[in-house]
Design a protein around this ligand. Structure first.
Ligand code: FAD
Length: 292
């Protein structure tokens, strides 16, 4: 049986205390929230931090606030709570779909939204819809805080904009305007316990129920080193009236925006083709929501 490497475990009572510790420990420390990713990496000796700082019990990181045109979700809000939240379902349906698709009930009960972002896995279930909704993450350290668009947060597999002394404390998502909608679909080999093969989220906003598309964000997972936007697909939607054929055209364009590789999960050509299909379908879901 594989054993965990030795480490010191800390459970600070407040966020201020945790920020203090991360400032002192720097690269020697790792934060732990649900632990569903970190513990697996430590067991496989892929990570062996000297210090592990737990933030899982901090109520100040577990809030959900939907006032003032913004949805603010604490980094330690669990995936199970996201999947069950009616408020999230009403305002951010595609995010809730992603939460429902993540892992098994046992994993969802422990896993957090901040941890899902923190893993920076290009196959993760929550970043596509968060990016499609235009989310920002708040990164705090002892001396201050900054808000970074999730679009600019991921730097490569397992790599992010986060500095060793920073903690991701909150995700901020603008409440979608009227006549807007979003969709998320993930395709896996075996659902629930497996990594995604391709996952796509699409967001569109229209200037009225029968109007044209005024903004579009399409985000593709598993088809590049980070979650990728699909700029040519987005461009072909702007100023156009939604239709099946327009969404098919956007799907085709998205296949040119992604850069998948062949691996044991699937061939690059198959992932590319599925990216097109999921783009078209998620646009259909987004449109249905936008006109309902
Ligand atoms: C059996 C199994 C099935 C899984 N299925 C899926 C799946 O279907 N879809 C999917 O997307 N993922 C899946 N995962 C991966 C994992 O469960 C999720 O990514 C989960 O959301 C991670 O959250 P966590 O709170 O457990 O993160 P942790 O393991 O606690 O942390 C993950 C990483 O993020 C960092 N981190 C955590 N919180 C913060 C923070 N607030 N600020 C800065 N850094 C932070 C940690 O230091 C660590 O590097 C699965 C894992 C397992 C074991």
């Amino acid at each position: 049986m594989m054993r965990l490497p030795k480490f010191d475990f800390h459970e600070p009572a407040t966020l201020d205390e945790a920020l203090q510790m991360m400032g002192e420990f720097g690269v020697r420390a790792k934060l732990i929230a649900g632990g569903t990713d970190l513990m697996v990496n430590m067991k496989h000796q892929l990570m062996s931090p000297e210090q592990v700082v737990s933030i899982s019990r901090m109520d100040e990181l577990k809030g959900l606030d939907t006032s003032n045109g913004m949805v603010r979700i604490g980094a330690c809000f669990t995936v199970a709570d996201l999947a069950e939240s009616e408020e999230v379902g009403k305002k951010l349906g595609a995010l809730r779909t992603g939460a429902k698709a993540l892992g098994s009930p046992l994993i969802r009960n422990l896993a957090t939204i901040g941890g899902n972002i923190g893993t920076a896995r290009p196959a993760a279930d929550l970043p596509p819809s968060l990016m499609a909704y235009g989310a920002k993450v708040v990164l705090k350290k002892r001396s201050g805080e900054r808000a970074v668009s999730l679009n600019n947060f991921f730097k490569g597999p397992g790599l992010t904009e986060l500095q060793p002394d920073e903690i991701l404390t909150e995700i901020q998502i603008p409440t979608p305007p009227p006549h807007a909608g979003a969709g998320y679909i993930n395709l896996g080999i075996r659902m629930a316990q497996d990594c995604n093969l391709v996952n796509v989220a699409s967001f569109i906003a229209m200037d009225g129920p029968d109007g044209v598309i005024t903004s579009a964000r399409i985000v593709m997972g598993c088809v590049g080193p980070i979650h990728l936007r699909a700029p040519s697909a987005e461009k072909c939607l702007i100023g156009e009236k939604p239709s099946e054929s327009l969404f098919a055209k956007a799907g085709d364009a998205a296949t040119g925006d992604c850069t998948p590789i062949d691996d044991f999960r699937g061939a690059a050509a198959y992932k590319k083709a599925m990216t097109g299909v999921l783009t078209k379908r998620t646009l259909g879901i987004a449109h249905k929501e936008a006109v309902s």
